[in-house]
Design a protein. Structure first.
Length: 258
């Protein structure tokens, strides 16, 4: 019987690393991918020692359009059978769309849209043949919150939300479950928060730890859930922002509140 693997993108730190730990704890061998080779190798060795599973670490820039096919081919050449695909790799800028660089805008579109979609295209065909597989796509509550300085980020997260829902319906009869995870703020270095703000966010439930998020996401995936939005505060925030008229958002910008 062939060994099966869970593939996690963006696994050299933060949420991706926690997803890798959760899957290793469940006994899965891992394929972890990132463009940070030193951190990736360090995390791979740490997981091997702690959980005793096999870990293949693959350095790759997933922001390139060739990345999905290259990663799939690499796994096939190594004989790595992927049973679980966790599309976690991502980037974030709190910045006006036209004030950001061409390079960043191309990167986020490729990383959040093209690469995860094409990874599913390649790996899910093998999952369907085996009639077994799981996919977890990391979206965000910003997929329901269209506000300033998050134009490209939130729009790409809308793609992941809708794409996940469609493919969940398409692939479920084929034995493959697709789950979309839509967190709010997560306690990573992404937001550059002060220690005080981070502590307050965790205490009030505005911010969730990456460990708890990964546990909730994997649990939902194996339960066959189509979508999960962790945390009551995140759910309430979605409702609140969605009912705000556009003129109020322009006022917020004018006053410099956000």
């Amino acid at each position: 019987m062939e060994k099966t693997y869970a593939l996690i993108t963006g696994a050299s730190s933060g949420i991706g690393y926690q997803y890798a730990r959760v899957m290793a704890r469940k006994g899965y061998n891992l394929v972890i991918v990132s463009n940070e080779p030193e951190a990736l190798a360090e995390k791979a060795e740490s997981i091997r020692k702690e959980f005793g599973v096999e870990v293949a670490d693959i350095e790759m820039d997933l922001g390139k359009q060739s990345a999905a096919k290259n990663l799939y081919d690499s796994c096939k050449e190594r004989g790595l059978e992927i049973e679980v695909l966790i599309n976690n790799a991502g980037v974030y800028h709190d910045r006006d769309f036209i004030k950001d660089s061409e390079g960043f805008n191309s990167l986020i579109l490729n990383l959040h849209v093209y690469t995860p979609a094409m990874l599913m295209y390649y790996f899910c065909q093998d999952m369907v043949k085996r009639h077994k597989g799981y996919v977890l796509n990391m979206s965000s509550i910003t997929s329901d919150i269209a506000v300033q300085r998050l134009a490209t980020y939130s729009a790409t997260k809308v793609f992941l939300k809708n794409f996940s829902r469609c493919t969940h319906v398409e692939l479920r009869p084929e034995g493959v479950n697709v789950t979309c995870v839509r967190p709010g703020a997560v306690a990573t270095d992404l937001y550059h928060l002060s220690p005080g703000a981070l502590k307050a966010g965790l205490l009030t439930g505005v911010i969730i730890t990456p460990e708890r998020l990964a546990e909730k996401g994997v649990k939902a995936m194996f339960k066959g859930r189509a979508r999960i939005t962790p945390g009551l505060v995140s759910k309430l925030l979605i409702v609140l922002v969605k009912i705000l008229p556009t003129w109020s958002l322009r006022l917020v910008r004018k006053l410099g509140i956000f």
